[in-house]
Write a new protein. Structure first.
Ligand SMILES: Nc1ncnc2c1ncn2[C@@H]1O[C@H](COP(=O)(O)OP(=O)(O)OP(=O)(O)O)[C@@H](O)[C@H]1O
Length: 241
């Protein structure tokens, strides 16, 4: 379980979170949907221990946490295979085992043997994103934190990668906290969709297990994103019933 308990986070210019509560359970794919600058990245930084709350508690009870950033952040001089295998270096597995696991995952992600030998500069943006996701998943995390990992990709590629993330979560039972400001992406991916207000981020809508790609769910999420209480109350009322 990952828990934010009454978390406040202040920067010099004021709070980005104030009394924030959220729990992410094992096996759950939670999408945080919120406007730009509302504090989504800050929440992920708290979740993986890169930042500490000003008050309140962040408790990450998952054994192993992996992170996927918006940019793939691959090592440019290494082939795709080694970029993935390297993630296992800290786990004390042999180099042969690491490369074997990396190859198996890249194979599932559609890489040919020749592709696995290419350096990042020789891979398309979508392929680089796949390497970044493989690097996170190869360590067999219990929780993966994803910060708008597909924001730079075109729509068709995004859908492929969203399917890949969903499949990985379903097959392995890991928990995921996925940040985006794209309503379509959020509805398509989420087991549970949490919509955040503008800074300081507070939860304005929290919906579980909605049918994916359902226009009504998109409408509710978009309405919540508008963050206008009167409009929201009117539009969200049917969801409550
Ligand atoms: N280290 C920092 N020091 C001061 N202010 C910061 C810091 N990190 C983020 N901020 C500010 O806090 C607010 C929230 O930033 P954050 O990156 O968490 O939001 P976000 O929702 O992820 O935004 P985006 O969608 O644009 O990536 C922004 O106004 C940002 O400028």
């Amino acid at each position: 379980m990952l828990r934010f308990e009454d978390v406040t986070l202040r920067y010099d210019d004021g709070p980005v979170l104030a009394g924030f509560d959220l729990a992410v359970a094992p096996g759950e794919l939670v999408v945080l949907l919120g406007p730009s600058g509302c504090g989504k990245t800050s929440l992920l930084r708290l979740a993986c221990g890169l930042a500490a709350p000003s008050s309140g508690r962040v408790v990450n009870g998952f054994g192993r946490t992996a992170v996927v950033f918006q940019e793939p952040r691959l090592l440019p001089w290494w082939p795709a295979l080694d970029n993935v295998a390297f993630a296992l270096a800290a786990q004390g597995v042999t180099r042969a085992t690491a490369r074997h696991r990396a190859r198996a995952l890249l194979d599932r992600f559609g890489f040919t043997d020749a592709d696995t030998r290419k350096r990042p500069a020789a891979l398309s943006g979508g392929m680089q994103s796949r390497v970044a996701i493989a690097r996170a998943l190869v360590v067999r995390p219990d929780l993966v934190l994803m910060d708008e990992p597909f924001a730079a990709l075109d729509v068709g590629l995004r859908r492929d990668l969203q399917d890949l993330v969903r499949a990985a979560v379903t097959e392995t039972g890991l928990a995921a906290l996925f940040v985006t400001h794209d309503v379509t992406e959020a509805v398509r991916l989420a087991d549970r969709l949490v919509v955040l207000s503008a800074r300081p981020a507070r939860i304005v809508h929290d919906e579980r297990n909605q049918p994916r790609d359902e226009p009504a769910a998109m409408f509710r999420a978009a309405a919540a994103l508008l963050d206008r209480p009167v409009v929201r109350a009117a539009l969200l009322a049917p969801a409550a019933g």
